[in-house]
Write a protein that binds this ligand. Structure first.
Ligand code: HSE
Length: 430
């Protein structure tokens, strides 16, 4: 085997925000391994940490991806237009690329991985999902022989932080979000966090890695946490449950079909407190994996923030460096097209809150709608009286489509003022 180990290797960085500057600090600790050749930034005059050598800064990102002294390109600018073009040019120039860009990988990952393969260089993206948690490598390498059946992840730190603060410190949604922003893990536009889109992009990447399947962001069913109320959180707590925003990726075989379908979704759940995911608090991320041979496994760690994400980037840089020295690149298994299961076909247990008029016969009318749509009620409680009467139901396992129809019909009832939250329940600890 050839060994052309060049020491140190030149790194070109695109973007020097939170993660970029943390990466610079890590690279500077290993001068025998790396030197920073160039850093592309949007604003040359922005305030930076003292250790960032401003003579390396350039506003010309293109010059970085074609620079002869750059051996590995690190893409940390985000977005899917400029970032995609730069990654393509780097790969075509035979430069391995390391990226933390989940949106780019969730939307254009296959195309870019195919290009990397064609060019014989690495495109590595560990940092795009769950920051410091080495989940992509785990799925692609350690668990490559495992028959993974389901993955449930808490993949967004901001929403997990908000839900924790609302449930443990009685803070409002807005107060909790402001705190998350001040701590630096919310996206610049936090809508991506709150709406579940950030978690959706990460779920798409994990699905592709776990099931070697062609899944992109458009295949993910997404609900966010904007409608979760303090009442829902209190009610969950009273029933031994915690509300979490989860990404669920499942392999589903129907009616003896030879091939499986994939269910991929992001939505809040009420999860039983004894489930390992219920104890994942604040901005931490976790990935709970279920497989035929492994049983259950959970990875837990920091999914956002400069240094944790930079640590994952550094791992990929070292991987690329190793491959450069061996004149090789990671193999890329061409993913299969798979059918995505329509959410309507799934069965879930639900929590449903319905604001009603507190009058005789109301409960019967509401219960009738559930029953006529094949939904069996597991328990019901009335909270409040008069104008504030609220009926709260837990159902047995029900078809998603039946629940959709039930909610629509309940909203039409004269005695129903409003159907409040409808939240799926994971009541079993196993
Ligand atoms: N905004 C993301 C989060 C950062 O809160 O998890 C990492 O993608």
């Amino acid at each position: 085997m050839f060994n052309i180990m060049k020491n140190p290797i030149g790194i070109g960085i695109l973007g020097c925000g939170n993660v970029g500057s943390a990466l610079v600090s890590l690279l500077l600790q290993e001068p025998d391994e790396f030197f920073i050749e160039k850093i592309a930034v949007q604003r040359l005059d922005a305030k930076r940490n003292d250790y960032v050598d401003t003579s390396k800064l350039t506003s010309d990102a293109n010059s970085v991806v074609i620079d002869g002294n750059v051996d590995v390109v690190v893409e940390l600018i985000g977005g899917t237009t400029v970032a995609k073009q730069l990654v393509e040019v780097a790969l075509k120039n035979k430069k391995p690329v390391v990226t933390a860009n989940k949106e780019l990988m969730a939307k254009h990952g296959f195309e870019l991985l195919a290009l990397a393969n064609e060019c014989g260089v690495d495109l590595l993206f560990e940092a795009s999902v769950c920051g410091a948690i080495p989940i992509v490598r785990l799925l692609k390498e350690s668990l490559v022989g495992e028959e993974i059946t389901r993955i449930i992840g808490i993949l967004n730190g901001t929403t997990n932080y908000i839900l924790t603060k609302m449930s443990e410190d009685n803070l409002s949604f807005d107060e909790s979000l402001k705190l998350a922003q001040s701590l630096g893990f919310a996206e610049s536009d936090p809508t991506a966090d709150i709406s579940g889109r950030d978690a959706g992009a990460k779920a798409a990447i994990l699905t592709s890695s776990a099931f070697i399947s062609k899944v992109n962001l458009d295949s993910v069913y997404i609900e966010g946490i904007a409608d979760i109320t303090a009442q829902d959180i209190d009610f969950a707590a009273k029933n031994g449950l915690v509300i979490k925003l989860v990404s669920v990726i499942e392999k589903i075989r129907q009616n003896g079909d030879p091939d499986f379908k994939i269910s991929i979704r992001v939505h809040p759940v009420m999860i039983v407190k004894s489930h390992p995911l219920a104890s994942v608090r604040n901005s931490f991320n976790a990935v709970f994996i279920e497989g035929e041979a492994i049983g259950e496994m959970m990875l837990y760690g920091k999914g956002a923030g400069g240094l944790p994400t930079a640590s994952a980037v550094l791992g990929d840089i070292l991987d690329a460096k190793h491959n450069i020295s061996l004149r090789t690149s990671n193999r890329y298994t061409v993913p299969k097209e798979r059918s995505i299961l329509n959410l309507d076909e799934l069965t879930n247990e639900f929590y449903v809150a319905v604001d009603v008029a507190d009058e005789p016969g109301v409960l019967a009318k509401v219960a009738q709608v559930f029953g006529s749509n094949n939904i069996s009620i597991a328990s019901m409680e009335q909270n409040g009286f008069g104008h504030n009467a609220r009926l709260v139901f837990f159902t047995h396992g029900s078809k998603e489509l039946d629940m959709k129809i039930t909610v629509a019909q309940l909203s039409e009832l004269e005695v129903v003022k409003k159907v409040g939250s409808v939240i799926r329940v994971m009541a079993k600890s196993q």
